[in-house]
Design a protein around this ligand. Structure first.
Ligand SMILES: N[C@@H](CCC(=O)N[C@@H](CS)C(=O)NCC(=O)O)C(=O)O
Length: 204
């Protein structure tokens, strides 16, 4: 039986959430990074023709970064202790993965300079408003999203603030004390700190 393999470009972008979850949980994984030129030859064999995708220990392959993360969060006891906590953590993960991050990747992908400026302005207005709501309504632990302790929502939030925000010149306001505590707490985790030191350096 082989170890789990995550295949993506040599970027943090969509797959770093998965890598961080493996690292945080101490789950050994193969970090396969494809160069752009190698992708066309691999694309036909990818389960949805996109990256990232995972090959499980049994050889089965699955795409969709957030679905993969949810599967492993469940396996590692990081989805929340009750059904309602799972809903709560999902709200935060979905906000990060399907609202905040796409508002940034749209800027990255826009071809035209004027469109980039419009999207940048929109993101710089929307993100602080989302973070303020997150701060007031969804951070329930001392330095975790959930009252019961660490969850995949902490990792999603850390990944967004640490890996996406700097590339788009977004800062978390100091008044978002609880969000900053969650981010600092993940960053201080010894396994995460070691990974941040050793992972390949990428622009995004
Ligand atoms: N919803 C998918 C999005 C996958 C996606 O858009 N992947 C891009 C890279 S970030 C890709 O595969 N691009 C190359 C291609 O489509 O051929 C996920 O979250 O995993």
């Amino acid at each position: 039986m082989s170890i789990v393999r995550i295949t993506y470009f040599n970027l943090q972008a969509l797959a770093e959430f998965n890598r961080l979850l493996f690292v945080y949980s101490g789950h050994e994984f193969e970090d396969e990074r494809l160069e752009r030129e190698a992708w066309p030859a691999r694309k036909p064999e990818a389960p949805l023709g996109s990256l990232p995708y995972i090959r499980l220990e049994n050889g089965n392959e699955y795409p969709q970064a957030t679905s993969i993360a949810r599967y492993f969060a469940e396996k590692y006891g990081l989805r929340g202790k009750t059904e309602e906590e799972k809903l709560h953590a999902d709200v935060v993960v979905d906000l990060v993965r399907f609202d905040i991050i796409p508002s940034l990747t749209r800027i990255f992908l826009a071809q035209d300079a004027q469109m980039k400026e419009i999207l940048k302005k929109e993101a710089h207005e929307k993100i602080p408003a989302w973070l303020e709501k997150l701060e007031s309504n969804f951070i329930k632990g001392e330095n975790t999203v959930l009252e019961s302790g660490a969850s995949w929502a902490d990792i999603a939030l850390f990944n967004c603030v640490n890996d996406f925000f700097p590339a788009f010149e977004i800062k978390v306001d100091e008044k978002n004390v609880k969000i900053n505590k969650v981010v600092q707490s993940v960053k201080a985790n010894p396994k995460i700190a070691a990974w941040l030191e050793k992972r390949p350096k990428c622009a995004l």
